[in-house]
Ligand binder design. Sequence first.
Ligand SMILES: [Zn+2]
Ligand SMILES: [Zn+2]
Ligand SMILES: [Zn+2]
Length: 150
Amino acid sequence: MIAERPDGKSLLPICTLAAPTHEGTCAWCAAELPARRRTWCSDRCGDTFWTNHWWTLARGAAKRRDKYRCIQCGHKPPTRPSKKATGSHATYLAAMRAWRKTKRTDRLEINHIVPCNGSHGILSCSHHLENLETLCVACHRVHTSAIVRS
Ligand SMILES: [Zn+2]
Ligand SMILES: [Zn+2]
Ligand SMILES: [Zn+2]
């Protein structure tokens, strides 16, 4: 049930990151499966698969990898206010409101280097971390309009 393409075929045989596997080996690294493991030899292999194929996880991992900055211009949008740092509840709520407002125009977006053709909702090899880059709104807009123009 994991790693299925929309056409019902497995994603793993076409995935360039996965090792070629056989029956009874880890679907990611092809190591011998320990007893009671059926797909991945370790949580780590499963996590790596999901992080590179499921959009919400891939997006978070790409931002982490790029240290929450735009890789083009280095811009770092304000981070979500933390409850601890802001002190009182009222201050925290005000900070959250201000942050949400800023976020509409000043946030990080993740760009697919090779376009993903709307595959955000499905497991897809276009979400490999190597295909993702973190951009600020302004740089992303420049990038996207360059694609449209070309
Ligand atoms: Zn493995
Ligand atoms: Zn930028
Ligand atoms: Zn893949």
